[in-house]
Design a protein around this ligand. Structure first.
Ligand code: ATP
Length: 298
């Protein structure tokens, strides 16, 4: 379990994180989404006791991170895959951490194996690792103490498509066994496939949060007509906003209202359906580009 309550971080007059609250429950993957500079890393650093908050607080497994007796056994953290000691081999990085945490050395090989770093890779120095290999090593380090909570900042950066699918499977499995996962990304599509819940942040503020399925269900209606101009006029007349997306118009309203507006104006539709992912993407872009409008979609 992770709880974040009214976390705020100010740098001078700039609020990097502004009154952010959310919870991550056991058995779930929470996607922490926002564009670059939105405040994701600063929030995660505060949760992990690396950056002192200006106000508010956070707990992991019931305690502030700094009060955990042996943090690596409770929570696995991957904030910056490039932060490893470049002169150590992958195996050495894990061996040092295992000693510090009091973890059986046999776990080193097991975790290297789990993240797909074979014997040859484990013997190479980290400076020779690609970013994808560093992410895998960072994940092995996070998992080393068999924690119940994982906090991962943009772990998909540098992974190839196959690696991303692999990581999703690993995180899903971790959560399905009762673990709690907080996973950040600036790309909706990257977390959408694995997250149960989403917390969307823009300009330091939470602009939307809720179950992914609820957010998808609430993501509006996709509508198409051969005569798009006439459709726009019809929607306008009914007081419905519409945004152009690649395959039609996206309307932040129920399909029934959209269909009725078209029928009233005698516009023949070629498609009318819940917008789902496309709608969530649009919502994400809109909300994060205008973070001043707080919206809670729970
Ligand atoms: N140590 C610092 N001093 C001053 N400003 C900072 C500091 N750390 C972060 N910021 C600012 O706080 C804001 C949030 O940054 P943060 O790194 O948390 O965003 P992010 O969502 O993680 O984005 P990214 O994915 O680009 O890292 C940014 O405007 C950033 O410039």
């Amino acid at each position: 379990m992770i709880t974040v309550e009214h976390l705020t971080k100010r740098y001078g007059s700039h609020r990097a994180v502004d009154d952010v609250s959310f919870r991550c429950e056991p058995g779930t993957v929470t996607g922490f989404l926002g564009p670059n500079g939105a405040g994701k890393s600063t929030t995660m650093r505060m949760v992990c006791g690396l950056t002192p908050p200006t106000s508010g607080g956070a707990t992991v497994a019931g305690l502030p991170y700094r009060q955990l007796a042996n943090p690596g056994r409770e929570v696995g953290v991957l904030l910056d895959a490039s932060a490893q000691h470049a002169g150590r081999t992958g195996r050495e990085v894990l061996t040092v951490a295992a000693r510090t945490m009091g973890v059986d050395r046999r776990e080193v090989a097991a975790k290297l194996d789990l993240v797909g770093l074979g014997t040859a890779a484990a013997k190479r120095r980290v400076r020779a690792y690609s970013l994808g290999m560093r992410q895998r090593l960072g994940l092995a380090l996070a998992l080393l103490g068999d924690p119940r909570v994982l906090i991962l900042d943009e772990p998909a950066n540098g992974l190839d498509p196959e690696g991303i699918v692999w990581m999703r499977g690993l995180l899903r499995d971790f959560a399905d066994r009762g673990g709690t996962v907080l996973l950040s990304s600036h790309l909706l599509r990257e977390v959408e496939a694995v997250a149960d819940r989403l917390v969307v942040i823009g300009n330091g503020r939470v602009v939307a949060q809720g179950g992914k399925d609820e957010l998808l269900a609430d993501a509006g209606t996709l509508v198409r007509a051969r005569d798009r101009g006439a459709l726009r006029v019809a929607l306008d007349r009914a007081g419905l906003d519409a945004a152009k997306v690649t395959d039609g118009l996206l309307v932040p309203a129920a399909a029934e209202a959209v269909g009725q507006a078209a029928a009233d104006a005698g516009v023949a539709l070629t498609e009318l359906r819940p917008a789902g992912s496309a709608g969530l993407e649009q919502l994400f872009l809109t909300l994060t580009s205008d973070a001043s409008t707080g919206k809670d979609l729970r």
